[in-house]
Design a protein around this ligand. Structure first.
Ligand code: FAD
Length: 358
C-alpha cells in the first residue's frame, strides 16, 4: 500500500529536525519481543519475526529477538527458536525474578535493554501481556507506540509507517513516530502471516542482567491459576471456525453453531452483539475488537459482515456465508454464498457431516 505524505515540519523547526536526525543515528536495528509464559512462546512472536525480518531487510539492518524469562532451558530454547524464524541475534534477560510476567520487572528489563542497545523499531504482540508491557515501556522511554497495527512498512526516509484501523474500523490511518525513538508498535495475533520455520544453527546471543531482586518488586504472585476457557479455546489458530451472529436470534439457536463446530472438530465464534448480550464469552468474539482468525474454512451463519467483523476474517482461505438477505455485505467477500435460513440449514449440515465423518 502506498503511504500518504508525512507532514513537513514548520520552517523554524528545521534545525531541530537536523539535530533529531543526528540523534536518531544512534538507533539501529529492528527488535521483536518474544513473548513466552511458562515455557510456551506465543506464536504472535514468530508472526512478528516475519514482519520484522522484512523491515530489517528494507532498512539494511539486523533483526533481534528479545527474550525475557527465568534462567534455564525454556528461555534459551525460545532464543534458539527465534533464529529459525529469522532473527540474526537474540538478547536474553534471564533471571528467576522473571519467571512469571510482572509489569515492573519486565518493563525494567526491556527499557534497560533499549536504553543500552538502542533499536530503531520495537515490535510486540498485542496480547494481554504485550499490551501491558508495550504501554509501560513506551511511557517509561517517552516514545510513541502505535497499537493494534494491521500493516507495517518502512517509508522513503526509513521511518516506520504503522497502519491501523480508526473511526470504528471504517478508515485506516498511518501513524509515524517522528520525534522519538524507538518507534514502537503492537500487532494482534494472526494479523501477520506466520513465516516459514527454517532450521538454523543458533546465532549470536547477548545476555543482559536484570539488575533487580525480588524485594524491589511490589507485585507478588501468590498462585498461578490457568484460565480453563483459554486453555480450550484456540480460536485465533484454529483451522476451521464456525461462527454465529444476530441472525440466529437466540442463545438457544446459537447452540446450532456449537454443534456444527463440534462435529467438524472446529472452534466456534460469534459477532460482537452476541457478546454484548452475554450469550457468548468475549474470548469468542471475532473482528476488530475481538480475535483475528486465519482458518482454512470459516462458516459464518446469520452474520451481516460489517467492516468491523470483516477485518477479523479476511485472512481465512475459504469463507462460507449463510444469510437470508442476498444483499448482506458478507456476500461481498465470502467465497461461497448460501442464501437461506441458517436456523434450518445448520442442523442439516451438522447431521450430514456427522454421517460423513463417523
Ligand atoms: P446484524 O448486523 O444484526 O446482522 C444479522 C444478519 O443475519 C443480517 O445480515 C440478516 O440478514 C441475517 N439473518 C437474519 N436472520 C437470519 C437467518 N434466520 N439465517 C441467516 N441469516 C439471517 N462486530 C463484530 O462482529 N466484531 C467486532 O470485533 C466488532 N467490533 C466493533 C468495534 C466498533 C468500534 C464498532 C462501532 C462496532 C463493532 N462491531 C463488531 C459491530 C459491527 O459494527 C456490527 O454491528 C456487528 O458485526 C453486527 O453483528 P451481526 O452481523 O451478528 O448482526
Amino acid at each position: 500500500m502506498s503511504q500518504p505524505a508525512k507532514p513537513a515540519p514548520p520552517a523554524g523547526r528545521a534545525n531541530a529536525k537536523k539535530e533529531l536526525s543526528e540523534h536518531f543515528k544512534q538507533y539501529k536495528h529492528v527488535w521483536v519481543f518474544v513473548e513466552q509464559e511458562r515455557g510456551h512462546v506465543h506464536p504472535v512472536s514468530w508472526e512478528l519475526m516475519g514482519s520484522g525480518r522484512r523491515l530489517a531487510d528494507k532498512l539494511g539492518v539486523e533483526l533481534a529477538a528479545v527474550v525475557i524469562g527465568p534462567a534455564g532451558e525454556a528461555t534459551s530454547a525460545a532464543a534458539a527458536e527465534s533464529f529459525c524464524y529469522g532473527a540474526d541475534l537474540a538478547y536474553i534477560v534471564a533471571d528467576d525474578v522473571l519467571t512469571d510476567y510482572r509489569n515492573e520487572s519486565y518493563t525494567k528489563a526491556l527499557t534497560d535493554l533499549v536504553n543500552t542497545y538502542k533499536p530503531e523499531i520495537l515490535l510486540l504482540g498485542a496480547t494481554t501481556l504485550g499490551r501491558d508491557l508495550a504501554g509501560a515501556v513506551a511511557t517509561t522511554l517517552l516514545t510513541g507506540l502505535t497499537a493494534d497495527c494491521t500493516e507495517l512498512e518502512v517509508d522513503a526516509d526509513n521511518s516506520l509507517a504503522a497502519t491501523r484501523p480508526t473511526f470504528g474500523g471504517s478508515l485506516l490511518c498511518t501513524i509515524y513516530t517522528l520525534n522519538f525513538r524507538p518507534q514502537m508498535a503492537t500487532v494482534r495475533p494472526r494479523v501477520m502471516e506466520m513465516p516459514e520455520r527454517v532450521e538454523k544453527p543458533v546465532g549470536r546471543i547477548i545476555e543482559f542482567p536484570l539488575g533487580m531482586v525480588e524485594d524491589d518488586i511490589v507485585t507478588k504472585i501468590l498462585a498461578f491459576v490457568p484460565d480453563r476457557d483459554k486453555a480450550t479455546s484456540n480460536l485465533a489458530y484454529a483451522d476451521i471456525v464456525v461462527a454465529g451472529g444476530m441472525g440466529l436470534n437466540s442463545l438457544e439457536n446459537f447452540q446450532l453453531v456449537r454443534q456444527l463446530a463440534g462435529v467438524l472438530g472446529a472452534e466456534y465464534g460469534c459477532s460482537r452483539p452476541l457478546v454484548q448480550k452475554g450469550w457468548v464469552s468475549a474470548d469468542r468474539q471475532i473482528g476488530q475488537t475481538g480475535k483475528t482468525i486465519r482458518p482454512k474454512l470459516y462458516i459464518a451463519a446469520g452474520i451481516s459482515g460489517a467492516i468491523q467483523h470483516r477485518v477479523g476474517v479476511d485472512g481465512a482461505d475459504l469463507i462460507v456465508a449463510i444469510n437470508t438477505d442476498k444483499n448482506a455485505p458478507i456476500f461481498d467477500f465470502a467465497h461461497l454464498a448460501i442464501v437461506t435460513d441458517a436456523i434450518r440449514l445448520l442442523p442439516a449440515l451438522t447431521e450430514a457431516f456427522r454421517k460423513r465423518l463417523s
